[in-house]
Design a protein around this ligand. Sequence first.
Ligand code: SAM
Length: 256
Amino acid sequence: MALDIDVLTLFPEMFAGPLSHSIIGRARNQGIVQISLWNIRDFTLDKHRIVDDTPYGGGPGMVMKPDVLARALDFIRLDNSGPVIYLTPQGQTLAQSAASKLAAKSQLILLCGHYEGIDERFRALYVDIEMSIGDYVLTGGELPAMVLIDTVARLLTGVLGAEDSATEDSFSNGLLEHPHYTRPRVFREMEVPSVLLSGHHGQIQRWRLKESLRRTLERRPDLLDSQPLSKDVHELLEDVKQEDCKERTKGGLVEQ
Ligand code: SAM
């Protein structure tokens, strides 16, 4: 199923590079994802094409005008009935689970803010979802919109080849992915783990799951707490904890 994304922005030219190359560029050429860029300024009615104004109550910065945004959105809505997603640092943080839900839709509308952001009345009347890409503030919503598009588009059927499937990626099964190795077999005296050369599919899968658990335990233990683990996986995790404990004792890292 194809996904239509309409993007409302003051800087449509910013999108050309990131969305024209590699996997996303190919997905667009194949029609799996269709991205239409709309310049908000084109929906102004005055000769100076003003899109923002000073905030009521005073203070720094400019606020994007609700009447211009509403005109733009009403026009886009003629062809797109998808949810309106406003990129904002105040929204829910984009996560793989949210990206999967968006990838199941057929239409999306993304709104990129600038300056101090958008008039609150427009937000209240028109915005369905507020999405952040992290707890920091960028100058505009264009980069966040591109992050969202990339994250969602690569989950669409046919975008990644089988050899590049997203199903084993970090977060897709609630864990960080296992480490990867490629040729040469020895690099600066470091060998590829022998199990990966064994050709034994079952053992390779088990090793990968174990290393995935080890990595998650080291870097994102919160992910392990937030999901039920099957008995097998739980046992594997206990093995990892014991191995890591032995390793630290060997290295003299455990205080007596
Ligand atoms: N005054 C706003 C605040 O404190 O919440 C920040 C405005 S920011 C300078 C301008 C625009 O950049 C926002 O309207 C939003 O579209 C975008 N933006 C900035 N940081 C973002 C983030 N972490 N995630 C998503 N969008 C962001």
